[in-house]
Write a protein that binds this ligand. Structure first.
Ligand code: NOJ
Length: 563
């Protein structure tokens, strides 16, 4: 029995200017860890511009740039001081314009990160709120409440923040402000019309500068409904997330995005957006609606083991969801918030359904990180081999693939950074217990040698381990067996092979093998098991590891074929 899955295609199946995003390969750049042009140990915009030839060589369609705005870096730049400027350590607005032009000249689109749930505590609005009295319009842009107990000395509620500790912070006059994330990230009050208006201004500001789209941070958190009496944490946890939860994934958040859509559609081609929304899969389509943001991240593969049954279920389910929303689906194996997939796949599997689909869920690889990489034992080579197979499968799927810088070099997570170098607020809020996400944010190695392996002319602010040398671009460039070569070949071939958003599961022997066809005779076969299997008939175009001597597909390997 074969099963055909097809999403609702736009009239332009091959993706014209207005629909370029539907099946794009998008490469995420974490700007402070990509390339440092001025020897201060921190990556910057001119550094990225200098590497545009490298980006072109990858044959990606777009870059997603994580926050580059002025920030004290309490949360890696997701604490924004000013939404319409560039961090002076990263460059200037002119540098930004230069980067946009260089990317566009290279045929690469640019998506920028927008962080609307919270500002930083250094944002003009927040400073003004602190300097203004209780009940003032300045405080109304945020979520202030009176504390409990004598003099308001206790928090208004016992809520915990995503990064640990209380979600409320006192300001010294009996009032407290709410922060879902770090103390330095006060949540905005999206019921305030001025807040809404200002973000429309920001969307136009970057769109006018040529930005092609936006990645929307914590898209499920903006709308809140907090009456005079706040529920406690246990009550919050017990409430269903059905669109009426006071804090998360409220149905009325989509009124905000409907307003944004008018801005997006006032440009030609329309600007795009992708929602970061950690919501139950069956609520994702709302964010991906053509009347709202248009596309939503699907983190299901990122939470799965390297396992045929889990992959098949997730792929089938998400293609059906995409059909329901009319959007294309998205695939993510790594990003700046999770343990790199080469590492996850080298650790023991967790079993089906372990992810939970929640930002705060127990993350893959977390135990290993808590033990600073000591246990369970990481099988490095196996993890990378599976990661290469997983990526090749991902790139053959209908929809967009979001790739994270460094995965094309086969980088593993760095679990053992010195405590004094750590930057992630999770580390500080947990008293050093949970090391957080710095291990996937270590600056890229470009050369085998040098103070920071070619990242710049100074040591990187997050120290790179010695083993990064073997993964440097210089070491992998031109090596037919390298992960970089595999990504380049796959992304170039994908451009030729990608057609309509349709997938047909093919019958195969064995529970450990997945095979599917795409229109035009493109076949993808992945062997998740250990024993080699026969390939279907066809011309082998690319494999994630060499075939065995009999031409069979070995374990932990993907092959692309043409019928
Ligand atoms: C999601 C971002 O991906 C993460 O890095 C950040 O810490 C939180 N949102 C808060 O902005």
């Amino acid at each position: 029995m074969t099963e055909v899955l097809e999403t609702d295609l736009t009239p332009d199946e091959t993706g014209g200017e207005a629909t370029w995003w539907r099946q794009a390969a998008v490469y995420q750049i974490y700007p402070r860890a990509f390339a440092d042009s001025n020897a201060d140990g921190m990556g910057d915009l001119p550094g990225i511009t200098s590497r545009v030839p490298y980006l072109r060589s990858l044959r990606i369609d777009a870059v997603w740039l994580s926050p580059f705005y002025p920030s004290a870096l309490a949360d890696g730049g997701y604490d924004v001081d000013d939404y319409r400027d560039v961090d002076p350590r990263l460059g200037t607005l002119d540098d930004f314009d230069t980067l946009v032009a260089a990317l566009h000249d290279a045929g690469i689109k640019l998506i920028v990160d927008l962080v609307p749930n919270h500002t930083s505590d250094r944002h003009t609005w927040f400073r003004e709120a602190l300097a203004s009295p209780k009940g003032s319009p300045a405080r109304d842009r945020y979520i202030f409440r009176d504390g409990k107990g004598p003099d308001g000395a206790e928090p208004p509620a016992d809520w915990t923040s995503v990064f640990g500790g209380s979600a409320w912070e006192p300001v010294g006059d009996g009032q407290w402000y709410m922060h879902h994330f770090a103390v330095q990230q006060p949540d905005l009050n999206w019921n305030n019309p001025e807040v809404r208006e200002d973000f429309l201004h920001t969307l136009r500001f970057w769109s006018d500068r040529g930005v092609d789209g936006f990645r929307v941070d914590v898209a499920h958190g903006l709308a809140k409904n907090l009456g005079p009496t706040l529920p406690n944490q246990a009550e919050l946890d017990a409430l269903p997330k059905d669109g009426n939860h006071p804090l998360w994934d409220r149905d009325d958040v989509h009124e905000i995005y409907a307003g944004w859509r008018k801005v997006f559609d006032s440009y030609d081609p329309p600007r795009t957006a992708v929602a970061e929304a950690w919501v139950a899969a069956d609520r994702r389509a709302r964010y991906a609606s053509a009347h709202g943001l248009g596309q939503a991240f699907n983190f299901d593969l990122l939470e799965a083991d390297f396992d045929a049954a889990q992959f098949r279920e997730i792929i089938t389910f998400n293609l059906e969801l995409a059909k329901a929303s009319g959007s294309s689906t998205t695939w993510v194996l790594s990003n700046h918030d999770v343990v790199r997939h080469a590492t996850r796949y080298g650790l023991p599997p967790r079993g089906p359904g372990a992810g939970g689909g929640d930002h705060t869920a127990e993350k893959q690889g977390r135990q290993w990180l808590l033990a600073r990489g000591a246990e369970p034992v990481l099988e490095r080579a196996l993890g990378l081999r599976r990661a290469r197979a997983g990526t090749l499968l991902e790139l053959a799927l209908p929809g967009s693939s979001y790739l994270y810088q460094g995965e094309e070099l086969g980088l593993h997570e760095v679990p053992d950074l010195p405590d004094e170098a750590r930057q992630d607020p999770t580390f500080f809020r947990s008293g050093g217990f949970d090391v957080g996400r710095d291990g996937c944010r270590v600056p890229l190695p470009w050369t085998r040698d040098g103070v920071s392996f070619g990242f710049g002319d100074a040591p990187a602010d997050l120290p790179q381990p010695a083993w990064f040398a073997d993964h440097a671009v210089e070491a992998e460039d031109g090596d037919p067996a390298s992960t970089l070569t595999l990504y380049r070949r796959a992304l170039a071939l994908r451009r030729e092979l990608q057609t309509a958003e349709r997938l047909t599961w093919l019958d195969v022997d064995g529970d450990d093998v997945l095979a599917f066809g795409r229109p035009g005779g493109w076949l993808c076969v992945t062997n998740f098991g250990a024993d080699a299997v026969e390939l279907p008939a066809g011309e082998v175009l690319l494999t994630s590891a060499p075939l065995d001597d009999d031409g069979r597909l070995p374990g932990a390997t993907t092959a692309w074929l043409r019928e």
